[in-house]
Ligand binder design. Sequence first.
Ligand code: HEC
Ligand code: HEC
Ligand code: HEC
Ligand code: HEC
Ligand code: HEC
Length: 388
Amino acid sequence: MQVRLSVHVIGVGAIVAGGILAASTPSISQEGGAPDAGVPYVLPQSGPFNPEDIAIENSQAITDWYRSAHADQAAEAFRHWDADEEIRPVCAVCHSGEGFRAFHGLDGSAPGIPDKPIPTGGVVDCGTCHNAGLSKVNEIAFPSGLMHPVEGVEAACLTCHQGRTAGVSVANAVAGKNDDQPDPELSFINPHYATAAATWLGGYAAAGFHYEGQTYSGRFFHARPVSTCNSCHDPHSLKVEFETCLTCHQGTEPSDIRISRQSYDGSGDTSVGIKRDIDNNAALLLDMVREYAADIAGVPLVYDGNRHPYFFADANGDAMADQAEGRPVVYNAWTPRMLRAAYNWKLVTADPGNFAHNPPYALELLYDAIADLAGPLGVDMERLNLLR
Ligand code: HEC
Ligand code: HEC
Ligand code: HEC
Ligand code: HEC
Ligand code: HEC
């Protein structure tokens, strides 16, 4: 739907600070429509944005936001709880502006997981990021336990894009178990989705499973002009403007970018973007996980990226998930070694921007998982010619 916004949106004087932004209110003041239906947007109370002064930009911001994933009310990320008519508190923190505000105590409640479910229908609304209270949030807890200092709106991005697990969740699950022994107590650990902030902070936030004896790259500092989320992503459209990159890089799109003169994937091809090396190693790792499942764990698996929990059993090896009671059989022969590898694979691939957020960390996690599987599979690492 084409939303034509007129400047009178800003004219909707009354600012509802910390209120429930009714992004669900269909009337983003479309032309000719009633301008005041429920004051659809929470505008900043203070800070650099003075509504009167920024009428044009505001309307642009709304238009860009409205077309973005953050405003996409139809997305699974916002519709998942429709049948329940309310969002579980722990999920609402990242799946609704209202839940987010409750979590950080921006709605006057005590900070922490909301104490009751949050109504469905919310999105990542204006009042999520434009909230005077956000400036008082000066550190964000990551699933690994890391407390990372933040400034301003970064607090918002890092809250929601940190994923839900850390490598230590995997380490705990497999502790004391035999590396290559299938264990029915093990199940896939899903890092969750759009885990950009976790990737970006690398080994320091420890979202990946870290193999013993290895060291891992920390935060990808990149270069000063592109050191935060919003230096690359427009905060409203969420798009990455390639012009931003051209000061320092060449190519026609981000996936072309390469600085490294070494080949990580054994292809020897350094004319392509670093993304290609990461993608190739990820593909190799998934193949090796499959091979390991069949040969070592003894139950072949199929991966279905559209269906949680993604890994299904294929005992008869027909490349289709086995069915029981009309449902695919969830993979049930995990060994510690296989779980670690599959987890790192999923973490890296859960971030489509991994090559820009932290290419060294992505490459390290993949390499170590490949090397770990290579042993029992009898694969010669030398011959793969990969670089870590
Ligand atoms: C995901 C976080 C986020 C959301 C959601 C968001 N904004 Fe913003 N907005 C920002 C950030 C960050 C800036 C500062 C940009 C800068 O400094 O360049 C900004 C800047 C602005 C500005 C100043 C002009 C500009 O474009 O830089 C206006 C006006 C604005 N936002 C309005 C809105 C409105 C209205 C909404 C809801 C329709 C909204 N924003 C939703 C993060 C957000
Ligand atoms: C730390 C923040 C965070 C928490 C907590 C969180 N999620 Fe998410 N979730 C996200 C983000 C970010 C995405 C967006 C991924 C995308 O679609 O790009 C997402 C996506 C999803 C999706 C859509 C996946 C898809 O394939 O499109 C589902 C379903 C989901 N989450 C369920 C849940 C459930 C259930 C809970 C609570 C048990 C939960 N989430 C808690 C951040 C979170
Ligand atoms: C309240 C939680 C929340 C906050 C805060 C948040 N996001 Fe998101 N973000 C999400 C969810 C949920 C999705 C997936 C929405 C969907 O599937 O439509 C998403 C999607 C995205 C996407 C994917 C866009 C696409 O086209 O698929 C990008 C990029 C993004 N966010 C960047 C940011 C940045 C940068 C910030 C900080 C300025 C931020 N987000 C703040 C929850 C959040
Ligand atoms: C150096 C630039 C840069 C920085 C800094 C950066 N990103 Fe990205 N991000 C990208 C690129 C490039 C992509 C790949 C998608 C594209 O080309 O649009 C991407 C992809 C994403 C995606 C997935 C979008 C999708 O299509 O599903 C999310 C979510 C995201 N970034 C969030 C963030 C968050 C949150 C931060 C801060 C912690 C951040 N990004 C920092 C460049 C950057
Ligand atoms: C001010 C200069 C500068 C800008 C602007 C910049 N980069 Fe970079 N980029 C660098 C530097 C320097 C490195 C090497 C950093 C390192 O390895 O620590 C790098 C590395 C990278 C890499 C990894 C390349 C490799 O071979 O490992 C990618 C991918 C990348 N940048 C993407 C982007 C994207 C996408 C943008 C635009 C949104 C961007 N960069 C903007 C300076 C910049």
